[in-house]
Write a protein that binds this ligand. Structure first.
Ligand code: KG4
Ligand code: ZN
Length: 338
């Protein structure tokens, strides 16, 4: 039952290839609906124009289902949060236009949300009492960052990739192995039966807390070209070991910098966010490292790791409570400053 103090927020996510909507009540998620776009698989990557069209088709039914599952009507909403940036501009504009029209027609506040900040706050969904500050390793298809979260609305990026993101490293390596897009989850699956020490791919030597993954991809490419010349069946005969070794290399790079960041900042509350945090090798390795380092580790459930609207709704809730409102003239942007 709604009291006068209850705050219902609708979150809308449309930055890439998932159309998603979620309702949260006072920071608690009541529904979390996602329509994934299978159409991109046949093209080996997300086709922006097709993504925008699919968002157009999906957004009304997805929002309707989110309201239905939360058992509320739109007249009960107190605000509408939407992904404003970063992402594919055509895809973002569908969610932005929809959120603006709905907020205008209901005469309720509109709240623009930064997609990467929302990934980080997904850690508060199942762990609202999370101790601050915490360090978050944010690993997705477009980003790889180490962020200090001082408060839900105050975050500081202390390290990031200088070239490819971790998700790209997974997807591009998978492509070299002949696996379909997105290859990250497939590498994860095959790696479960493989030996991570079977093949050795060199770690890049990057100073400070930044990352680099483009060299890893190139070394895998040259390694495979050499092996395939000797034996054209090399990949199929060694797929599990190749996946385990590639995954081990990427996980090693990520955790080495996270450990350095914890030592330098003295922060021992550690979180993860973004699609790559669904990787089982990374999840297990982080838990193991956390045990050794006496960290307090939180990793979101799978449904909150990859793109979802629950993270947009919870971020919207915190912004709403802090008095943040977007103007109706607000627009989406493909790139965004923190
Ligand atoms: O956060 P996300 O869903 O979308 C972006 O905002 O980019 O992340 C997508 C990325 C893709 O690169 C995908 O391959 C990767 O996350 N990913 C994984 C796994 N699940 C998703 N990578 C490795 N292992 C997984 N289990
Ligand atoms: Zn994302």
């Amino acid at each position: 039952m709604k009291t006068n103090k209850d705050v219902f927020i609708l979150g809308i996510e449309s930055s890439c290839d998932e159309t998603a909507a979620s309702i949260c009540l006072n920071g608690k998620i009541l529904s979390n609906i996602i329509a994934s776009q299978a159409i991109h698989q046949q093209y080996g990557g997300v086709v922006p124009e097709l993504a925008s069209r699919a968002h157009m088709q999906n957004i009304v039914p997805v929002v309707d289902r989110a309201l239905e599952e939360a058992n509320i009507t739109c007249s009960q909403l107190n605000g509408i949060a939407f992904t404003q940036s970063p992402g594919l501009i055509g895809a973002l504009l569908v969610g932005t236009g929809f959120a603006k029209s709905m907020a205008l027609s209901l005469n309720i506040p509109l709240i623009g949300v930064h997609h990467m900040q929302a990934h980080i706050l997904s850690n508060l969904i199942e762990n609202p009492e999370m101790k601050l500050p915490f360090l978050c390793l944010t690993v997705s298809g477009g980003h790889t960052q180490i962020v200090v979260c001082h408060s839900p609305l105050k975050m500081e990026v202390i390290g990031e990739t200088i070239d490819d993101a971790a998700g790209e490293a997974f997807d591009k390596s998978a492509k070299l192995l002949g696996l379909p897009y997105p290859g990250g989850p497939l590498i994860d699956r095959y790696a479960k039966n493989g030996n991570p020490k079977a093949f050795d791919f060199p770690e890049p030597q990057i100073e400070g807390l930044n990352f680099s993954f483009s060299g890893v991809k190139t070394s895998i490419l040259y390694f495979l070209q050499k092996k395939l010349k000797e034996d054209s069946t090399f990949i199929e005969r060694n797929l599990d070991d190749l996946c385990a070794s590639i995954q081990g290399c990427i996980v090693g790079i990520l955790l080495k910098k996270l450990k350095k960041a914890s030592l330098e900042t003295g922060i021992r509350n550690i979180c993860m966010a973004g699609g790559v945090s669904a990787n089982s090798g990374l999840r297990n390795a982080l838990l193991e490292l956390g045990n050794k380092q006496h960290w307090k580790v939180h990793i979101p459930s799978f449904e909150y790791c990859t793109d979802n609207a629950a993270m947009i709704a919870i971020t919207g809730y915190h912004k709403y409570m802090a008095g943040y409102r977007s103007d109706l003239s607000v627009t989406a942007s493909a790139r965004a400053e923190w």
